[in-house]
Design a protein around this ligand. Sequence first.
Ligand code: SF4
Length: 355
Amino acid sequence: MAGGGVEAVGELGVRVWGRVWGRGVYLLGEPLPLMGHIAFGVIDRGTNVLQVRPTTLCPLSCVFCSVDAGPRSRWRRSEYLVEPGWLASWVEAAAREKGVAVEALIDGVGDPFTYPWLPRLVRLLKETGVVSSVAAETHGETLTVELVRRLEEAGLDRVNLSIETLDPEKARRLAATPWYDVERVRRVAEFIARETSIDLHVTPVWLPGVNDEDVVEIVEWAYRIGAGKRWPPVTVQKYIAHRRGRRPPGVREPGWDEFWRWLRELERRTGRRLTWSMEEWGMRRAPRVRQRLRRGERVKVQVVAPGWLRGEWLVRVLGVDRVATLVSAPWARPGMLVPARVTGDKDEIYIVKPA
Ligand code: SF4
C-alpha cells in the first residue's frame, strides 16, 4: 500500500518503484488500465500509428523541453514506468479494436531509451502480430552500440533521433547537462545508419537565433550518413512554447507561416528535401478506439497514486476501462473514491474534476 514515504494502491496495479530527484517513481501494471493518460500507456489519435509510452524518465533537462522532464523539472511530482507485457497487451487490444495493423511509436514525456525493458517491449510488440513496425524516439544520451544491437535483434525498425546541434559545448548547454556527450551520440547514430537494419530518422528542433546553422549541419550530416533507409531521413521540428514546458531565455516561438517559409528556404539552400506527406510516412487515417467517456459526463474515480505533475492525481475511472487525471482536489489521497466530472476528453486523454 505504501513505500518510500509516498502512497500508491498496489492491488490496482500501482507499485512504488523508488525515488529519483525527490520524486516517487511508480511501476504501473495489471490491472491498471493503460489508456486515458498523457504520460503513459497507449494514445490513439485516429491514424494507423499508436503512441506507446513506457516511461516518463529522462536524464537530461533540455532548456526547450516541452514536457519539463528530467532532474531540473519544476512541475513534476512523480515518474512512471509501465510493465512491458501489460503495455504490449494494451497495444494489441487497441490495434484489434481499430481493425488495422499499426505502427507502434514508442515516445513519451521522457526519453524511451531510459526504459529498462525496451528490447523486451519491442519484441513483445512485434509478437502481437498486429504491429507492422516499431519506432522509438530519443535524444540519444543512453544509446550504446550494445543496446542498439539488442534492439535490432528484438525487431526495432526505426530510431527517431532528436539532436539540435553537433557542437559538444552547445549541446551540453542546450541539454542543461554538463556530461551530455553529443559526439558519442553522433557515433552511435552513424553506427545505426551504417551497420544495422534499423532506420535512422533525425528530428532536430529549430530554436530561432540559437541553432539555425546547426540545423543546416545536421541535415547535411543525416543525409551523408545514410539516414532514411525506409522512412524520410530528416524532419525539422518547430519549437513550441508549452504552458508547463521550459522556455529558453531570448528564444521566441516562430509562427507556422514563418516556420514553413524557413523550411522551404532551408530546402532550397541545402538542396535536400525536408517536408514529407503522410503517405511517405506510411501514415493514414484509421478508425479510432471507441471513446469511452465524454466531456461533461459524471463518473466515479478512485485515486491510485500521485499525478505526474504537481496538483494532479492518477485515478482509475470506475466501471470504464480507463485512467484519468484528477485536478482541483488537493485533499485527495490514494484509495479515496471521488465523484467527478469529465472536463477534458481529447484523444481519450481524460481530465476530471471533483463534481
Ligand atoms: S527534450 Fe527530450 S531529452 Fe530533453 S529533457 Fe525533454 S524529454 Fe528529455
